[in-house]
Design a protein around this ligand. Structure first.
Ligand code: ARG
Length: 602
């Protein structure tokens, strides 16, 4: 593709050589987008070049500006403000560029090289005692979008998930089910959806916690202090008993564990499908902790770790400014860190990734620092390739939809609510006549999901955020539906063009002059590949989201202000159609990288 940056850079270097007799190195050429308040399209920062010109910034800028204007076709004007040389680029350049972009399949994407870098992206990674909640939604959306964005940057991506399927949490659900379940299964419950397997298991977890609390209270009434009561309550003892039997491989316990986890997986799978996320490879803690444990024991032999007199194993990280971290308990059972050591090793064995990205909430920052450090101490040279993509909390506005447990919002409930809201809003707009019910429902689903996904992804991952369902679906705001609607609007222009018998010209004539709106749009078209690149290198889908909004917003203003099909100048009509087409394609592409569908009508 034609690259403005390299055209200007090369000519600037030549210009300096001509004017000052010295050839500046590439590193001295700094180009940026011209700030909105100034005239121009691309700006050369003059300061680094002053050591060559040995003149003030204004003088230097003037000299090189005049040179570029004179010698470079694409440059049609310039102005110098302080040490910044603002250059105006010709309309013809942008029109030619549009012609080229139109011919490029997968415009904005980098083709995968023959031997691509392999990126492993871990996301979701739930525990198996509860359904997915709003926090998981942010996690899943980030992980999926990041994976797509990395692929668009020519990386090979392996989407992975570690399911924390063993431990005391699932034993609590198991115990409650044994005691109070009366053989209930996901399929024989009355309201099947409410009791998807993951919800069912989650309900028993809640039941356990409630009964446990009662027992603790009772013991405290009898005079025990809280700490004792928490340890002595019969229910927690029984749950621990179950865990020990599980670790020993007791067939009965193992069977129950498998059955209940299976229910959970079926439930998770439904939620993943609704969300539109998937995985190339799923790891299970019940497999990986075994590997982790072996590695830790070897580490003891090699004196990398310490075994205390009570039998517990520790990694001493005080020399690195962290604390001591337990790796195996005195009874030999493993902890959260143990399985992560094993999981990382298995992933290296299976895929030898160049980079392992963990999409995990920011409350686990310490955990991942420790993990990388421990792997490094163990001598794995790939320890340096771990990256924790840490994201902030997501909540709902006060008073909105708390789940039965009272603290978290079920992903399934929220997805239902989104579709319902989309249905209501669309009814008000009433633009879907002519579609049958299934088609309409599909569009409501796409809008509801698009609203949710966009609202979450437009926020920088590191920031905490509040998800407001109503605001997210506002057709006039910075929302997914607004962008989706812009796409539908563009497609409707083409439907109308078809009816009028107007065909899209294969090429735009570059002699027409652009109005301000058109030029802004073409500059956005030009920017798209750079945005994809930045989103990839910064692991930040929000850059793409906000770009898509900007593009949609500009297009709508253009659409509002100028005719397309009814323009009497045919060259201009051809151009506007082509520009509309390209805008629609980019919206679809950018939203696609975010995992958001754009309907052709809505
Ligand atoms: N299952 C864990 C939780 O719910 C998150 C796992 C994150 N990934 C990891 N490799 N430790 O808190």
């Amino acid at each position: 593709m034609m690259n403005l940056g390299s055209i200007i850079a090369t000519s600037t270097i030549k210009g300096f050589e001509t004017i000052y007799g010295i050839r500046p190195g590439n590193e001295l050429i700094q180009l940026q987008k011209t700030k909105k308040e100034f005239t121009g399209d691309i700006t050369l920062v003059v300061f680094p070049l002053l050591k060559i010109s040995k003149q003030g910034p204004e003088k230097t800028g003037e000299a090189i500006g005049a040179y570029l204007c004179e010698n470079v076709n694409e440059v049609t004007g310039y102005n110098v403000i302080k040490g910044f040389l603002n250059l105006t680029i010709s309309d013809a350049f942008y029109i030619d560029y549009l012609n080229e972009a139109m011919k490029t399949t997968g415009y904005g994407m980098v083709a995968q090289p023959a031997d691509p870098p392999v990126y492993m992206v871990e996301y979701s990674s739930p525990n198996t005692n509860k359904p997915l909640h709003l926090g998981h939604i942010r996690n899943n959306l980030l992980g999926y979008a990041l994976s797509e964005i990395l692929k668009a940057n020519g990386r090979k991506v392996i989407k992975t998930n570690i399911v924390n399927d063993r431990g005391i949490h699932i034993c609590k659900s198991m115990l409650a089910w044994q005691k109070w379940g009366n053989g209930e299964t996901p399929s024989n419950t009355i309201i099947t959806y409410r009791k998807k397997g993951d919800h069912l298991v989650g309900d028993y977890y809640v039941m356990f916690e409630n009964e446990y609390k009662k027992q603790v209270k009772q013991l405290m009434n009898e005079g025990q202090i809280e700490e004792e009561a928490l340890r002595n309550a019969p229910l927690i003892r029984e749950a621990q008993e179950l865990l020990i039997r599980w670790e020993k491989g007791d067939p009965e316990v193992y069977q129950l564990w498998q059955t209940m986890n299976q229910w959970v997986y079926e439930g998770f799978e439904m939620t993943y499908q609704r969300l539109g996320v998937d995985f190339d490879k799923i790891y299970y803690e019940s497999d990986t902790y075994v590997v982790g444990k072996e590695t830790v024991l070897e580490g003891v032999k090699k004196k990398i770790f310490i075994r205390e007199p009570d039998g517990s194993v520790w990694s001493d990280l005080t020399g690195d400014g962290l604390d001591k971290k337990i790796l195996l308990r005195s009874d030999g059972t493993s902890v959260y860190m143990t399985q992560d050591i094993g999981t990382a090793q298995l992933r290296q064995n299976d895929y030898a990734p160049d980079k392992m990205i963990y999409v995990v909430g920011n409350e686990q920052e310490y955990h991942f620092r420790v993990l990388a450090l421990i792997l490094d101490k163990l001598g794995f040279e790939w320890a340096k390739d771990l990256y924790h993509l840490s994201y902030g909390m997501v909540g709902l506005p006060d008073g909105k939809m708390k789940s039965r447990e009272g603290t978290v919002v079920d992903a399934d409930d929220l997805l239902d609510e989104m579709t319902d809201t989309a249905r209501e809003m669309s009814k008000e707009l009433g633009k879907l006549e002519g579609l049958n019910n299934d088609e309409k429902e599909d569009i409501f689903r796409i809008i509801g999901l698009g609203a949710l996904k966009y609202f979450i992804l437009k926020v920088d991952p590191v920031k905490n955020m509040t998800f407001d369902p109503k605001e997210s679906i506002d057709f006039n705001g910075n929302t997914g539906p607004f962008i989706q609607y812009t796409h539908a609007r563009i497609r409707s222009v083409f439907r109308k063009a078809g009816e009028m018998g107007i065909k899209e010209a294969g090429r735009s004539n570059n002699s027409i002059s652009l109005n301000e709106k058109e030029k802004t749009l073409l500059k956005l078209v030009y920017e798209y590949p750079a945005v994809v690149k930045d989103a990839g290198s910064q692991y930040n889908p929000a850059l793409l989201a906000n770009y898509a909004f900007e593009l949609a917003k500009e297009y709508n203003q253009f659409y509002h202000d100028y005719p397309i099909l009814r323009d009497e100048n045919q060259l201009r009509r051809d151009f506007r159609l082509m520009m509309s087409d390209m805008t629609g394609r980019i919206i679809k592409s950018a939203m696609g990288l975010l995992g958001i569908d754009v309907p052709d009508r809505m």
